[in-house]
Design a protein around this ligand. Structure first.
Ligand code: NAP
Length: 252
């Protein structure tokens, strides 16, 4: 775990040990842990929450090479979702800390999605990162979440994980891993509700990132501005919602 030197002189000085930043009025700022924060949508989440004065912990595979994160007032932590030991190490390093929001953002699309050329090994790899690792991360970070105020658990899924919305076929691997994530998160939302945890599934739209490509319909800034609005609108204890960046409720 490294502390970004850019924090020094920030209007919100970090109080390490609690993980909270305090505003100039002495009010604790909300805290968030974001996975896959070194590029794409995760980076834009980190940028916008840091600009809003939140205490941001940005997880990525190699913080030493995360140049865009280094320019932000965020704390970085090493996390490889493909390695269970890495998840445990990150949780141990942040032991005793609290996070208001746990944002499971990292995901991959995968190769070879056509019927007739499907690879079992690739399917397993994508299932691990998109569906299994977010649940394992949540298991590891549940104490940190329960110690926070908001206790909000957010997952970046995709409309492509919607079975009802699938009118074009294909993308077997990506679609099925996001559908699996949605199913697992539904159970999680029920199981953790008695502990005060509220859960949200987000679709970011089709966004110009490495995954979305240059022809995507909206920018990362537009998507994350909308998704932050959806996160802000969550009422504690509300049932699980599957919504997009514009607030449209999506079919399962
Ligand atoms: P992206 O630009 O490809 O970025 C993916 C992020 O996930 C990167 O930070 C990447 O880190 C990280 N990641 C991948 N494998 C990882 C691993 N094993 N451990 C830790 N981090 C890992 O994708 P994006 O567009 O920002 O997508 C973010 C989320 O939104 C994903 O869950 C995606 O499925 C979802 N989504 C995106 C779109 C879209 O149009 N862009 C649409 C629907 C849903 P590295 O740099 O280390 O690879």
């Amino acid at each position: 775990m490294t502390k970004n030197p850019a924090l020094t002189g920030s209007p919100c000085q970090p109080i390490w040990g609690t993980g909270n930043l305090f505003s100039s009025q002495g009010v604790a700022m909300p805290s968030i842990l974001i996975t896959g924060a070194n590029r794409g949508l995760g980076l834009e989440f980190a940028r916008q929450y840091a600009a809003a004065g939140w205490s941001v912990t940005a997880a990525c595979r190699d913080p030493s090479r995360a140049a865009d994160l280094a320019a932000l007032s965020v704390e970085t932590v090493e996390l490889d979702l493909g390695d269970p030991a890495s998840i445990r190490r990150a949780a141990d390093r942040l032991a005793g800390r609290s996070f208001d929001i746990l944002l499971n953002n990292a995901g991959i699309y995968g190769e070879g999605q056509q019927f007739g050329r499907l690879s079992e090994a690739e399917w397993e790899r994508v299932m691990l990162i998109n569906a299994i690792a977010p649940l394992k991360l949540t298991e590891a970070f549940l104490p940190h979440l329960l110690a926070g105020q908001k206790k909000l658990l957010v997952f970046m899924t995709s409309k492509m994980g919607s079975i009802a919305d699938n009118s074009s076929g294909g993308a077997y691997i990506y679609r099925s891993t996001k559908a699996a994530l949605n199913a697992a998160v539904k159970s999680l939302s029920i199981d953790l509700a008695p502990r005060g945890v509220t859960t949200l599934l987000l679709h970011p739209g089709w966004v110009q990132t490495d995954m979305g490509g240059p022809n995507a319909l909206i920018t990362a800034e537009q998507s994350i501005t909308g998704l932050r609005r959806q996160i802000e609108a969550v009422e504690p204890g509300q049932p699980l919602k599957f919504v997009d960046y514009a607030g449209e409720v999506l079919p399962w």
